[in-house]
Each structure stands twice: as C-alpha cells, then as structure tokens.
Design a protein around this ligand. Structure first.
Ligand SMILES: *Cc1c(COP(=O)(O)O)cnc(C)c1O
Length: 365
C-alpha cells in the first residue's frame, strides 16, 4: 500500500476517489475555516467568506476548462438526473423536437424524461449490441430544426466514450459529461450546454455543474417553476437559494488540485497512461480477460471487462477485494468487472491493479 494514501485502491464508479491532498486540506479546515471560528458548513451562504469560496470555484472552472465569456457557469442540485428533466423543460419549446444520441443507460434515462416534457426521438442508438460502442458521427441523424441534440460523452456503465463529437451546426449540442468532465481538454464552444454531477470527477455528490451558452437562456421556456429555470440561477450567481456550500468548497479545492497537476492537458495524458495499463492487460491476455467496449469506443474513465469463466470471475472479484481493491464489480446491466479510473485515481493504483490482473491470470489459466 502507499504510505501517504489510504489502505485501499478505490475504483468506485461514483461517488468515487477524491484527491488525498484535498481530503487532508478539507480536514485541516473543517472545524475552523480560515480563522472564522466556524466550519464552512456553519456559515451563511451570503457571507463574504463563503462568497469568496463560491466565486473561486467558478473562476477555477472557467480557467481550467477554458469556458468562453458567453457561457454561464451554474452550480445546481438534484444531480445529473434532474438535468434530464430541466434540459427539456427549459429548452424544448412547443412545436419543436429534440433528438437524443443513445449510447447507454444514462441516455435512456435522459430520453425518458424528455418524453415527459415534449417530443423527442433517437438520433442514433447502439442498443442492439448492448451499447458496446458509441454511434459514429455518420450514424447520427438529427434535424436542423431540432431544439437540441443530446449526447452522453462517457457511458459510465458500459465503459464507452466519445473521442470526437458530432458537428451539429446551429442545433445546440447538449452533453451529459457527468463521468468525464475535466478529464481532457474540450472545445466548450462546440456545445450549447454541458452538465455533470460532481461526484465522479469534480468533488462530492450534491453539486451539479451546468455550463450554458447565454443566448440559450434568453430563449428558454418561461412558463416553468422559478427554481427549475436556468435563468433564475444564472441571474443570482447560483445563490438564488441555499447552495450545497460544502460541496462547492470541495469542488473548488479539487479544481485547485487539478491546476497543480498541470491542467487538463496533463490530466488527459495521465488518464491515457492509467487506462492503458489496464487495457494492455486485457489485450495481452489471450482472451482470459475480454473488454466490453469496442476498441475505438473505449472509455478512459470506466474500463469494463469480463473474466473468461464465470466461476473465475467471482474468484477474481473476491480476491481483488481481499487485496484491497474497491469498486471493481461491474454494473448489474453489464455484469463482470469495471475499474473506474477517474482523475483522482492515482497511477500507482492502476499499476497495482495491472499487476494483480497479470498475477491472477498466471495463477488461474
Ligand atoms: C452518474 C451519472 C448520472 C447520474 O448522476 P446523479 O448525480 O446520480 O443524478 C448521469 N449521467 C452519467 C453519465 C453518469 O455517469
């Protein structure tokens, strides 16, 4: 085990590993935040001390993700799941349709919510092959009149990821980036909106980040409840109601850690190297391990695989657990194993998993 880390290797899918340094800093500031005599959790969200934390988190997000000026950055609650409903409520106008690129369970849920609100349809789907790849750009069929095209950038459950995004011209592309936001540089200006629950790559659960092009807010539906309007949160700097202040503080600290890592280029490189350690074992195992995702759709965040024999797979998971690996059980809809190697999962943890997989194969094939 690593002496400065915890005694487990955390491969949880979400909530998931946070940078150890951030947890320690939070611990040191927990009881008495910056000599205020109280915890950040105990103070008014209208206080200058909290406001500084809040605004610093926004500033760091803007800078790390190179978010253009014409985008709002919002901190919301209700997880990505509430966004499945808020997106169509705000942006699916009457008489319009919205299209959804179906690449996994989360796109399914997003589409389902869209159906509750208005007219939606599938722009492409890889359901037929149990979502083992993302649709190619050529397969995606949307209409120039659509209110938006919705996409899930990384499919947490199936272990697939878009490595390029479709050009949707004047139709806003809206992306659920819950499980790969800030894992790599992205051209934000290609999107009308990006949203993500924080608990995979950004911080603890309870905060949802939404990045929205300002002109979309101006034309959004106005006949929905105040709290569900993006414009309410935008015009109040995400302080319309009490925000999840501790979560936002943690998010700001995670972003600070990312800056210290060298920003998104460096983080993307680290993520590539980490995922490669495990994919290499799969590819060199002569079929002992098989990946769920087709190679060109592979996710760098969630690595889904099976062990050749079902009995051996059970044994693999059991022995992995005993060796200190946490969270390797695959999602019930795919089965098998899943290693989630988000930003905060150390290279050394992936190295340890690589070694464990190699040793397990040697002993059991
Ligand atoms: C985890 C996840 C969600 C659900 O997030 P909640 O915060 O639980 O609502 C949605 N989409 C993707 C891609 C996810 O990984």
């Amino acid at each position: 085990m690593l002496s400065n880390q915890k005694s487990v290797y955390n491969f949880n899918a979400g909530p998931s590993a946070l940078p150890h340094e951030v947890l320690e800093k939070a611990q040191s500031e927990l009881v008495d935040f910056k000599s205020s005599g109280m915890s950040i959790m105990e103070m008014s969200h209208r206080s200058a001390t909290y406001e500084e934390v809040h605004n610093q988190a926004i500033t760091r997000l803007r800078s790390l993700f190179s978010i253009p000026e014409n985008y709002e950055v919002l901190f919301l609650q209700g997880g990505a799941s509430l966004q499945f409903a808020m997106v169509p409520m705000n942006f699916l106008a009457e008489g319009k349709k919205a299209s959804y690129i179906m690449s996994g369970a989360w796109s399914d849920k997003a589409l389902k919510e869209g159906k509750m609100i208005g007219e939606v349809y599938e722009a492409a789907s890889t359901k037929e092959t149990n979502y083992n790849r993302v649709p190619s750009t050529e397969e995606i069929q949307y209409d120039e009149q659509d209110a938006y095209v919705h996409i899930t950038s990384n499919n947490t459950i199936f272990g697939t990821q878009f490595h390029e995004f479709p050009e949707t011209g004047n139709v806003p592309l809206i992306a659920d980036m819950s499980s790969d936001i800030l894992s790599r540089p992205i051209d934000v200006s290609k999107f009308g909106m990006i949203y993500a629950g924080a608990q995979k790559n950004l911080g603890p659960s309870g905060v949802t980040v939404a990045i929205i092009r300002k002109d979309l807010l101006e034309n959004a539906n106005s006949t929905i409840p105040t709290i569900l309007k993006y414009s309410t949160h935008a015009s109040n700097n995400s302080l319309y109601n009490t925000p999840p202040s501790f979560g936002i503080y943690m998010l700001g600290e995670v972003l600070g850690w990312m800056e210290q890592q060298g920003g998104l280029e460096k983080i993307a490189k680290n993520n590539e190297e980490k995922a490669k350690l495990i994919y290499d074992v799969i590819d060199n195992s002569n079929g002992f391990y098989t990946g769920h995702a087709e190679k060109n759709s592979r996710s760098l965040m969630n690595i889904t695989f099976r062990v050749a024999d079902e009995q051996l797979e059970k044994q693999f998971l059991q022995e992995a657990k005993e060796a200190g690996f946490v969270g390797l059980n695959g999602h019930r809809s795919v089965g098998g194993c899943r290693a989630s190697a988000y930003n905060a999962v150390p290279y050394a943890a992936c190295q340890a998993l690589q070694q464990f997989m190699v040793d397990f194969q040697t002993k059991n094939q």
